[in-house]
Design a protein around this ligand. Sequence first.
Ligand code: GUN
Ligand code: ZN
Length: 437
Amino acid sequence: MTQISVSCSSAIDLHLGQTLVFNANPFDAGPDAVTHEYHGAIAVQAGRIHAVGTADDLRLRYPEAQIHDHGPGLLVPGFVDAHAHYPQTGIIASWGKRLIDWLNTYTFPEETRFADLTYARQIAGQYLDLLLDHGTTTVCSFCTIHPASVDALFEAAQERNMRIFAGKTCMDRNAPDGLRDSAQSAYDDSQRLLDRWHGTARGSYVITPRFSPTSTPEQLSALGALWAAHPECLMQTHLSEQTDEIAWVKSLFPQARDYLDTYEAHGLLGENGLYGHAIHLENREKDRLQELGAALVHCPTSNTFIGSGLFDMEGLTRSGLRVGLATDTGGGSSFSMLRAMAAAYEIGQLRGRPLHPSELLWLATQGSARALRADDQVGNLAPGLEADFQLLDLGATPAIAQRSARAGDIWEALFPTIMMGDDRCVKQTWVAGQPML
Ligand code: GUN
Ligand code: ZN
């Protein structure tokens, strides 16, 4: 492969292993969009990727570099989880409920505890360490209504130097005592947190109305006004996840044309909007999302676990929408983006469209980074990007090893890890060039 690099002058770490590099989007260009080197290399300097190429070429080019030889291990970008709820770490895998009952029974009582900064700090640190164990180096997370929950997550991310997207979840109705703010306090607290955290270290503040049922029109409008004042920020929320939820939205907003309209009518639809789930969309909603260039986030382990439905990956990507992939912890049943990729594959099969391993890997890395408008920072092994990457063992368990041993090419070698893998497959994670495990 041709060498490409950026110039700089401090010490270079040279990581040797198999490498997968995206040159284009495999949904458009097929698996040829990805370059595989069996004896590949990544040169890292001052926290960024300086060059990618073959091991032979980069060894010659950087004779003074510190060599880290990972043998046949596969070096890929750190996963980017585009939608999660870190406060739900402690209630992941809670049995037997569908969305609204699940929120009321498990989620809201747990989120109430995040008024306590000490507890929020404990879970934030535990959560980010779990992510790193699972190869995830960037997350876009909801917090709770409590500003302390936001401070705790940004602080924990700063301690680990992780790129992070997060915001205070806003709710002023249909939530229990202790878990409601108001239109005014949601605006004021969000503004304060945005001023405090947006653009600091590797942090980005995300304006975060939970979903239409838990915000009054006044609160949605207040957050729409905040977004209008800070259009550079992302805005994240939920859209059309379950049919009961959609019926509830219709009863709460009788004038709205559809679910998406409850956001649009309040200034919460735009090109920097991230809409989680987006399963049961009407044609008008799809057209409008596409027209405005908004991003959708597919949360497949959540959609099967809570019983929500089957995301239309083929139709939505074909129409040009940006789509990211996510765990939706703790509606999702795993912290692992490998599990999310496996579930995306299975949902694709149920819809008659098997996603290729190159597409699954792209969704979990560059696709999510693109949804977060961070693909010029993370999500690929390319010169100039931040050196957030991971080492996968493609034979981490006996079951995976016996299958990958028969593989004829890299995609056949990677697919068993996607389908049967989890944190056991992640041998090391680097954040801005520093090993984290
Ligand atoms: N809709 C509103 N809040 C949530 C949440 O916390 N998880 C999921 N999966 N859907 C939601
Ligand atoms: Zn969610």
